[in-house]
Design a protein around this ligand. Structure first.
Ligand SMILES: *[C@@H]1O[C@H](CO)[C@@H](O)[C@H](O)[C@H]1NC(C)=O
Ligand SMILES: *[C@@H]1O[C@H](CO)[C@@H](O)[C@H](O)[C@H]1NC(C)=O
Length: 484
């Protein structure tokens, strides 16, 4: 059924000429009729007519016999659609101690493995893109609320960037009673952004400052110190693209440390060349956590004056300040992630390990929209993000990230992480071992559907996983999550 390159493309190009738009308008109605006719006669035409235009620039394989959301397909930039599959996922909360990777006895795509009764069900389905067999997945019960009023966050950025970050911030900071202090360049739209934060349940406190960026960044330290309230235990400096996957997990992780002692807590770069250049410090993108005693110690005015005048910038200035003015050493929490990685970071997210507390660089060095990744947590809680389910036909769902099939079998308990990304300054395999080992080489023949969008509608969450193939056409899998 696959369209071979070059096969029957004549019809497509007849719609692609100069007057394509006019033709579409003129023949729109007729075209729809032909399309419907083709659909009805489908079984007979199958071998001769593998492609249909549904818009001037969009062709779909005539295998696809269900109504499609053209707006969605165009938004994904799909010009040639080979397959569209919808499947319902029922998330069942469980109190059992569920492993991060679970194996299932059902296939995901390979219908040959199904029983005859199930095959019949699929044949009878009204919506031919919908596999009528829901997938039932056990997910851990997640607490619905968390109190993070003892953690304050500080971010130095611009108003536009802060505004753009609010949706992502709302995932972890919304309705948790934490506070975010932002030091921004002066801007007349501050009230608008504050109102947006308010709507998202984010406790945002904006201070406008015309300090130069590096000075402003370091000023977060005294700013957070001045604003500590009685219950404040931790102050944390973040970048505007620092993302926490779960506030519950963060609160739990911080509780493992003694915050009555001076603590400088953070994550190192995953890449040794970066560590060589920037040093052993808490990398800013992963979140720099300072316990109350430490930040109090540093906010002595002579110390602040000395630190603010240091040559080093950003997170380095903070580390110099800590190292030169206190005897506190860095405590590394390997779940706080700077993610100095570029390109394809699928291997990191698909590792099946305990999810990171924080991630960074997800809208610059690589492209993994964490707001979309985390959308499904509305339905199944933070603890179901990045969980893996192994289907009997070799397909693996990593929730929020991808649906993949490796070219050779990877055991469910394989502890290694696939090194799919690349890094700066000559980073190679060895460069990442200290943080991410065990590692294994990239599987270049892995088949991947990657999450490109997600939406929450009433009590359902739709996730769209897309496999790109310019020649054969793109394929979309839509998972429709509901609670069971
Ligand atoms: C059609 O697709 C091509 C790329 O395949 C794109 O450059 C062009 O802008 C698209 N035209 C329309 C009308 O969407
Ligand atoms: C903030 O973002 C929203 C979109 O979420 C946009 O409509 C609005 O114009 C932005 N405001 C500013 C001041 O950039």
């Amino acid at each position: 059924m696959l369209l071979k390159p070059g096969e029957r493309l004549g019809r497509v190009s007849s719609w692609g000429g100069k007057s394509a738009w006019k033709k579409v308008i003129r023949f729109g109605v007729g075209f729809l009729a032909i399309f419907a006719f083709a659909v009805i006669l489908w079984p007979k035409l199958e071998r001769h007519d593998p492609i249909v235009n549904i818009a001037p620039n969009v062709t779909v394989s005539a295998d696809i016999k269900c109504p499609l959301d053209l707006e969605l397909i165009e938004r994904f930039g799909v010009h040639k659609l080979r397959n569209y599959l919808r499947r319902e996922v029922v998330a069942v909360e469980s109190d059992a101690d569920l492993p991060l990777s679970q194996s299932l006895e059902t296939p995901f795509l390979d219908t040959h493995q199904l029983s005859d009764a199930d095959k019949d069900l699929i044949k009878q389905s009204q919506d031919e893109c919908l596999n009528p067999l829901p997938i039932t997945l056990n997910v851990p019960r997640s607490p619905r609320s968390v109190d993070a009023s003892h953690i304050d966050f500080g971010v130095a950025t611009t108003l536009e960037r802060l505004n753009d970050s609010l949706d992502a911030f709302s995932h972890w900071a919304g309705y948790t009673r934490t506070r975010i202090f932002a030091l921004l360049e002066p801007h007349d739209k501050v009230p608008e952004v504050e109102a947006k934060a308010d709507l998202l349940g984010i406790n945002l406190h904006v201070t406008q400052s015309d300090q130069e960026y590096q000075t402003r960044y370091f000023s977060l330290l005294p700013h957070l110190a001045e604003n500590m309230r009685e219950q404040t235990r931790w102050s944390c400096i973040i970048d505007d693209d620092t993302f926490f996957l779960s506030m519950q997990a963060l609160v739990k992780a911080l509780a493992e440390y003694d915050d009555t002692q001076p603590m400088y807590l953070g994550g190192l770069s995953e890449s040794i060349p970066q560590v060589g250049i920037f040093g052993m410090m808490a990398y800013g993108g992963a979140g720099v956590f300072l316990s109350r005693p430490l930040i109090t110690q540093l906010s002595d005015s002579a110390t602040l004056r000395d630190c603010q005048s240091m040559d080093y910038t950003g997170d380095r200035r903070i580390s110099y300040c800590v190292y030169q003015h206190t005897d506190t050493k860095l405590t590394v929490d390997h779940r706080l992630r700077q993610l100095d990685m570029r390109g394809d970071v699928s291997g990191f997210f698909e590792s099946g390990r305990e999810p990171p507390l924080s991630v960074h660089h997800w809208k610059s060095w690589f492209d993994t929209d964490m707001t979309k990744v985390s959308a499904v947590s509305d339905l199944c809680g933070d603890n179901c993000l990045l969980r893996k389910w192994f289907f009997s036909d070799g397909w693996i769902l990593t929730n929020g990230i991808s649906i993949i099939k490796y070219s050779s079998k990877i055991e469910i308990d394989d502890p290694s992480m696939e090194l799919t990304w690349f890094g700066d300054h000559g980073a190679e395999f060895d460069s990442y071992l200290h943080e991410l080992g065990p590692l294994r080489d990239k599987d270049w023949a892995k088949l991947s559907f990657t999450l490109e969008d997600a939406s929450v509608e009433n009590d359902k969450v739709h996730q769209y996983y897309v496999h790109r193939d310019e020649q054969k056409g793109d394929e979309i899998i839509e998972l429709i999550w509901r609670s069971g």
